[in-house]
Design a protein around this ligand. Structure first.
Ligand SMILES: [Cu+2]
Length: 263
């Protein structure tokens, strides 16, 4: 037998390595500027995930390098390795530890998403239409007015975007808002965001949707409520017929599961 493993020492080295890696990785601003109430929550979640991943990575590295060093065959040793039947305690540990880590990560992510998507009463609703390779937007009022390639929203107010894909799957992403949501033909998906910084941003399609995918962008302007009202009042184009039809068919949430309600 090789004797007992120096578990305490290995754990200390693992923790030290975790601290070093986290100290390098966490201060980096991975997501860039934030401009919604969701941004700090998502960024914090990412940092927690970085620390967890650093721990798992460190643990694997410490055990790998310890095994490489400790159990290396002596020069000239051509014999077979010792037959090992297994180690119940080790197997319980390597099942339990990842389970706890994954459950924690899942639960915490759920809580953050739940916080971010918590609807408020005086929210604003806007419609998003995506098609190869352009974005357009409808603003509810007495009638739907329409803008192409440029979205305006008021600052510090929750907006619920009802999203409609006109052909294939697209994905709605404003990096500074952090929230990303797929647009799926036949389904109305909802993205909830509260922009909290005035400015001009870019809406990016993040679902490979065809040749023009890389150019599928739109300008996003976050402005004061009065300027937003001015913009909407100034819009002259009404929502075109095909888009209106899609709005009329809109299901508030996802449609019932297949087999539960016809088609
Ligand atoms: Cu695309």
């Amino acid at each position: 037998m090789y004797g007992r493993l120096p578990i305490v020492k290995m754990l200390l080295v693992t923790i030290a390595l975790t601290v070093v890696i986290s100290a390098v990785m966490v201060p980096i601003n991975w997501n860039g500027q934030g401009a919604s109430t969701a941004a700090p929550k998502i960024d914090h979640l990412l940092n927690v995930m970085i620390v967890l991943s650093s721990f798992v990575f460190s643990l694997v590295m410490v055990m790998l390098f310890y095994a490489l060093w400790k159990f290396k065959a002596k020069p000239g040793d051509e014999s077979d390795g010792e037959p090992i039947h297994g180690n119940t305690r080790l197997e319980i540990a390597w099942t339990l530890i990842p389970t706890v880590i994954v459950l924690f990560a899942g639960g915490y992510s759920w809580k953050v998403l739940d916080d971010i998507e918590d609807p408020v009463k005086d929210h604003l609703t806007g419609s998003v239409f995506s098609q190869q390779y352009a974005w357009s937007f409808a603003y509810p009022g007495k009638d739907y007015v329409w803008s192409e390639g440029e979205l305006h929203v008021p600052v510090n107010r929750q907006i619920q975007f009802k999203m409609h894909a006109m052909d294939v799957i697209h994905s709605f992403w404003v990096p500074e808002w952090r929230i990303k949501k797929d647009n799926v033909p036949g389904i109305t998906t909802t993205a909830i965001v509260t922009p909290d910084k005035v400015g001009t941003y870019q809406l990016v399609c993040t679902e490979l949707c065809g040749f023009g995918h890389a150019t599928m962008r739109a300008k996003v302007v976050v402005e004061s409520p009065s300027k937003f009202k001015e913009w909407v009042d100034g819009l002259e184009q009404k929502l075109p017929e095909p888009y209106m039809d899609v709005l009329k068919e809109e299901s508030v949430t996802n449609p019932p599961a297949l087999g539960a309600g016809g088609a």
